[in-house]
Design a protein around this ligand. Sequence first.
Ligand SMILES: Nc1ncnc2c1ncn2[C@@H]1O[C@H](COP(=O)(O)OP(=O)(O)OP(=O)(O)O)[C@@H](O)[C@H]1O
Length: 384
Amino acid sequence: MCNLKDQSKPYDSKKNCWIPDAEEGFIEGEVKGPGPKADLVIVKVADKEVTLKKDLVQEMNPPKFEKTEDMSNLTFLNDESVIHNLRARYGAMLIYTYSGLFCVVINPYKRLPIYTESVANMYMGKRRTEMPPHLFAVSDEAYRKMLQNHENQSMLITGESGAGKTENTKKVIAYFANVGASQKKAAAGEKTVTLEDQIVQANPVLEGFGNAKTVRNNNSSRFGKFIRIHFNRQGKLASCDIEHCIVRCYHIFYQIFSDYKPELKKQLLLDRPLSDYYFVAQAELSIDGVNDTEEFQMTDEAFDILNFSAEEKMNCYRLMSAHMHMGIMKFKQRPREEQAEPDGQEEAEKAAKMYAVDVDQFLKAFVSPRVKVENLTRFFTNQN
Ligand SMILES: Nc1ncnc2c1ncn2[C@@H]1O[C@H](COP(=O)(O)OP(=O)(O)OP(=O)(O)O)[C@@H](O)[C@H]1O
């Protein structure tokens, strides 16, 4: 995608260079000669000459690499050259660029017509070098390798919040759903739900419950996902499963369990080991470099500075422990009935005590919820 104007620029590997710039990060310069000291060099930038430390001046690549599709080809792989290449491509709305095995994506923040079915079809069965860089090329390569080598393939999609991980993941899933479609598309007006529809449509549900608007991203995923798509021997979709990976639940749960207030666990009726509290103990219990005892001291003292009374603070901790107790309450199905009933009451009693509510009312709210509709109060059981 390198145009002629880019390629025909005069170039001298000893002279053309990148130098730091406060606004742009770096700009083009031309080495004029040695500076007054051995570690200095004189560089011409626009119409003036500046003296710079040699190690601030970085080599520039020959013009034939302008907007190169694979940055592992670059003669000089310094930060400036990599960023310049990504920026130049992005300016031409080329958001995908390879760097060896990696595919770097820059979020365009606007809908580009590069994910249509016809574009996907163009990438199917093609070699990476035959087509411009694209997520579809990476996906197709993985698909072919799976079929040829009968080996599982994995793609890691990573980046900071708002970088485009979720969007690109959806495109990968849609690509696999398309390439591995097992059933014919329903005719217009016909309502057949295919497995590929289901795999693609799992996303709105997951996003509705698992995403939220943050300052950095209007649709920020609040948990990581491990998505597995299974294909049969013919390369057709067989099933899909998604595991969520929350690295750790809210810090306060682990802080309460720390030894900063040794009497607190007893007061909160947390008499089991932390690993028993399922929802809190599913992932990491500790974080490298984070001391929950010290953190809890900071939380507790911060409450004091915010003028929380001792009772108000305790009420906050009671609410947290109530959540933990609730997380391990058990229910079972009544014999020969659809209706659920509590399976033991010990944790419910502790939770109710922490919420300061009556345990029978509390359990009733779980097994026979009531919904107020206009002026009628309806009782729902699992039967109706
Ligand atoms: N390829 C793309 N084309 C158009 N818009 C995009 C693309 N990638 C990302 N965006 C836009 O950027 C927003 C943020 O992207 P996305 O939600 O994928 O980020 P993320 O990396 O998953 O962030 P988080 O880690 O916060 O979940 C999207 O809602 C969308 O508006």
